[in-house]
Design a protein around this ligand. Structure first.
Ligand code: SF4
Length: 351
C-alpha cells in the first residue's frame, strides 16, 4: 500500500501541481522564505509578497544586512510579523556563523534559531534531497483520513496518533524524490483533501483511503469579537512652495502592542466615536480575534486629548506611507480612504 500511495501521489503531483514561484527554485534560502511565508497565510496572498520580497532580498546575505524596518515593510500584508523578525534574525545568524550558507541537513537546520522541525525538513528535502518527512497541518489531515485515525490528532489522539502520523509520513517519502514526495502530500491537503469539502472523486489515493470524505474534521475554534478605535489625523504643510498632506502615525513599544516595530494610527482612548467624526468602520481579523474598528477623524490640535500616549509619533507624507512598515489594519484603512495605495510596497520603494 505504501509504495502504491507514494507512486500515485507523485504521478498526480507531476500532473497537477500548481505553478508557484518558489517551486521554480532549488535555492535553500528561497525555499526557506516561502515556507515561512506560507505558515498561516494563504498561497494566493503569499505569491505576490514573495516575489517582491525576493526581488529586494535575493540572497540570504542581502536579507541579513537589511534594516528590520525594511524587512517588516516588505512583510506587510502577510501578518504574523514575528515570523519576519525571526527570519531576519536567523539570516543574520547564518551570515555570521555559516558564511551565509544554510546547513545541508534537517538536523543541523533545526539547531538554528527560528527554524523548527517542519521548516528544517522542508528545506532539507526540497533543496538538498534528504529523505526526511515534512508534517504540517495538511499532511496530518490527509494521513488521518487515509488511515481513519481520529481527527485533530494532537487533541483527539494525543502523542500516540502523532507518532503514527510521523511514521507513516516517513514511509511515504520517496527515496529518489523526497522533496516532490513531501510537496505532493502537502499539495493534496491544500487542494483536494481540504478541511471542509474533500474532493474524493478525483483524489489519486481514494482507493486506499479508509474514510473517503466521511472523516470528521475538528471544528474550528470560534472567533472572538472585539471593538477597537483609532484616530485619523491628516494635516497639510507647505514645503518648497508645494502643499503636501501628512498623516500622523505611531510606533508603539513592545510593552503596549503585539506588533512592535510597526507603524499604525494612534489609538483612541474611547471606543465610542461621535457620529459626526466617524470616517470609517472596518472589520479586521488577527488570529482568532475579529475586530470591529472605528476610525475617527481628529484635528491636529485635538490629537493628544483623545488618544492614548506612549509611542513614538511621526507626521508622514501620504506618498511615503506605503513604503513604511505599517500594520495590516493601517494599510487597509489608508487604502480604503484613498490616502495611499492598499498594496504593499514593491522592491523599488527601497532602491
Ligand atoms: S479520498 Fe478524500 S478523504 Fe481520502 S485522502 Fe482523498 S480527498 Fe482526502
Amino acid at each position: 500500500m505504501i509504495a502504491r500511495v507514494r507512486g500515485r501521489l507523485l504521478e498526480w503531483y507531476e500532473r497537477s501541481r500548481r505553478d508557484l514561484p518558489w517551486r521554480r527554485s532549488r535555492d535553500p534560502y528561497a525555499i526557506w522564505v516561502s515556507e515561512i511565508m506560507l505558515q498561516q497565510t494563504r498561497v494566493a496572498v503569499v505569491v505576490e509578497r514573495y516575489l517582491a520580497f525576493m526581488a529586494r532580498f535575493p540572497t540570504l546575505l542581502s536579507l541579513a544586512q537589511a534594516p528590520e524596518q525594511e524587512v517588516l515593510a516588505l512583510w506587510s500584508g502577510l501578518g504574523y510579523y514575528r515570523r519576519a523578525r525571526m527570519l531576519h534574525k536567523a539570516a543574520q545568524f547564518v551570515a555570521e556563523h555559516y558564511g551565509g550558507n544554510l546547513p545541508k541537513t534537517a538536523e543541523e537546520l533545526r539547531s538554528l534559531p527560528g527554524i523548527g522541525a517542519y521548516t528544517a525538513a522542508a528545506i532539507a528535502s526540497i533543496a538538498y534531497g534528504e529523505r526526511v518527512a515534512v508534517v504540517d497541518g495538511n499532511v496530518e489531515r490527509v494521513l488521518c483520513r487515509l488511515e481513519g485515525w481520529k481527527a485533530g490528532s494532537r487533541a483527539g489522539g494525543g502523542a500516540q496518533v502523532r507518532r503514527k502520523i510521523e511514521k507513516l509520513a516517513a514511509e511515504l517519502v520517496s527515496p529518489e524524490r523526497p522533496g516532490d514526495s513531501n510537496q505532493a502530500l502537502m499539495e493534496l491537503g491544500a487542494t483536494l483533501c481540504s478541511p471542509r469539502n474533500p474532493q474524493c472523486l478525483v483524489c489519486p489515493v481514494a482507493t486506499d483511503c479508509k474514510t473517503q470524505g466521511e472523516h470528521q474534521t475538528a471544528p474550528r475554534p470560534p472567533m472572538i469579537c472585539r471593538e477597537a478605535a483609532h484616530a485619523l489625523s491628516v494635516r497639510s504643510r507647505k514645503k518648497a512652495g508645494q502643499v503636501r498632506s501628512e498623516v500622523l502615525l505611531e510606533q508603539r513599544p513592545a510593552s503596549l502592542t503585539v506588533m512592535p516595530g510597526l507603524w499604525e494610527l494612534p489609538m483612541l482612548r474611547e471606543a465610542v466615536v461621535p457620529e459626526k467624526d466617524m470616517c470609517l468602520t472596518v472589520r479586521h481579523a488577527i488570529m482568532q480575534v475579529n475586530y470591529r474598528v472605528r476610525i475617527r477623524a481628529v484635528s491636529e490640535g485635538d490629537i493628544d486629548a483623545v488618544t492614548i500616549p506612549g509611542g513614538e509619533r511621526r507626521w508622514v507624507p501620504l506618498g511615503e506611507a506605503a513604503g513604511m512598515a505599517l500594520t495590516g489594519l493601517t494599510r487597509k484603512v489608508l487604502g480604503r480612504l484613498h490616502l495611499m495605495t492598499a498594496e504593499p510596497p514593491d522592491a523599488s520603494s527601497f532602491s
